[in-house]
Every structure is written in C-alpha cells, then in structure tokens.
Design a binder for this molecule. Sequence first.
Ligand code: ADP
Ligand code: MG
Length: 248
Amino acid sequence: MSQTLIAVDKVSKSFGGVIANHEISLSVTEGRITGLIGPNGSGKTTLFNSIVGYHPIDGGSIKFEGKEISELRVPQIARLGLLRTFQQTRIYSKMDCVRNMLISVPHRNASFGDLFKGYSGEQKDKAENLLEFVGLYQKRHLISGDLSFGQQKLLEFAMALMNEPKVLLLDEPTAGINPTLINGLIDRLKRANEEFGITLFVIEHNMRVIMNLAEHIYCLAHGEMLADGNPDEIQNDQRVVDAYLGAH
Ligand code: ADP
Ligand code: MG
C-alpha cells in the first residue's frame, strides 16, 4: 500500500563555503504526513528548495514517483504535482482572496482580463469552496493585504490546494500565527491529508504541532541527517534532545 513518493538520496548543496545539506537521504511516503525538524540554519529550507527545483543540487538524486527530478525546474516539478509554500507568505496583497486563488493556477485559470473585471465558472466555485475549507469564505472579497498574518497563511494554503497537488511541502506553516488559529490550521492540514489525499511534508518549529501531525519525522543538524523516527522515538532520541529539543 504505502509507496515512496519522494526519494531523496545523498543530496548535497553548498552556498559558497557553506555546506547547507550534506548527503541527505530521506523518503516521503504517499498518503502520509512527514515532518522535518532541526535548529535554525540546519538546512531544512535548502532541502525543500532542492526538492522543488528552486536551485540545482551539487550531488545526489531526487526522485518523485520513481522519476528523477533533480534536473527539472520549479514549473516542471509543479506540473508533476509537487508544490511548496514558503516561510514568508507570497500573496498579491492588493488583490482580493478570490483573485489570489484564481491567479495561483498557472494556465488553467480565467483569462487575465477576467481576473480584473469579474470571473465566473468552475474555477471561481472551486476557489470559493477552498476558501470555505480554510475558513476564509466570509472574507473572500477582502483585499488580502488586509487579512491578519495567520489568515494570509491560510489563504496561501488554499492557493496551493487550488493546484490539486499530490504532495505539498509546507515550510513552517504555523510560524507567526496567533495561537488561536494554530489548532484550526492543524485541523485543515489533517483534513487535506485525509479527505483530499494530499501527501504532506512539513517543516515545523512548534513541537506540539509536528508531534501531533506527523507520523514520521526527520531531524537535521548542521546540514546532516541526525535521526528519524515516529514522534515518540524522536522525542526520546538523545541526539535530537541534545541538538534541538533541549533548547525548546
Ligand atoms: P533552515 O531552514 O534549517 O533554517 P536553511 O536551509 O535556510 O536552514 O539554511 C542552511 C544554511 O545555508 C545556513 O547557513 C544558511 O545561511 C545557508 N543558506 C541558505 N540559503 C542560502 C543562500 N541562498 N545563499 C547563501 N547561503 C544560504
Ligand atoms: Mg528555514
């Protein structure tokens, strides 16, 4: 049943003299929520960037559904169904939520003119349904820059869902979010996984969140893979406690 969707094998990436990732290997299983933790600067975001084709890697292999993707760039990888969200949100703050949703789907959305005059049809219904899913339906016609930071993150999550990804990589989804919105976000992530069948790979600093969400967790330190296991194993792994959890 459980199939490896993303297979990262001995991936390395340096920036000048800084070794951000050194021979990292991991796998993301279809249908699961997989976690990635580690101290600041341990190379988590770099690994996500490598997986989605944001920059070339120095060595190793990245496979998606068995196919080598390490030579592909962001748009090609996105078309295969592998998407990410960012540590900082990327929305068009002067457009309303529905237009942000429509514009998030390259080539398949309404025409450029439609985006500014009005819009209709299937895509609009889908956008509104997903805004309802993340709890932003009432705010769908608000300029997105007027949303709170947490609501902007929910919008960004809904924009990713618009693309019907097979896998979604989320870089610190709860960072900077008001604690009252965090439980709602966890709930939505779980439902996206369970109801829409989207495989999730999540970088997260909030230990309560990641231990609650992920079935399997990898821990990086200094650009290297330190440990992996289920939440219990990770919480009780002395190397993880020393390198990371001790500071939390
Ligand atoms: P994390 O997401 O775990 O906090 P990053 O992957 O952002 O870690 O960073 C890992 C290391 O790589 C850090 O030392 C960081 O300064 C460096 N780094 C990341 N991206 C770049 C870049 N574009 N240019 C130069 N150095 C970078
Ligand atoms: Mg990061």
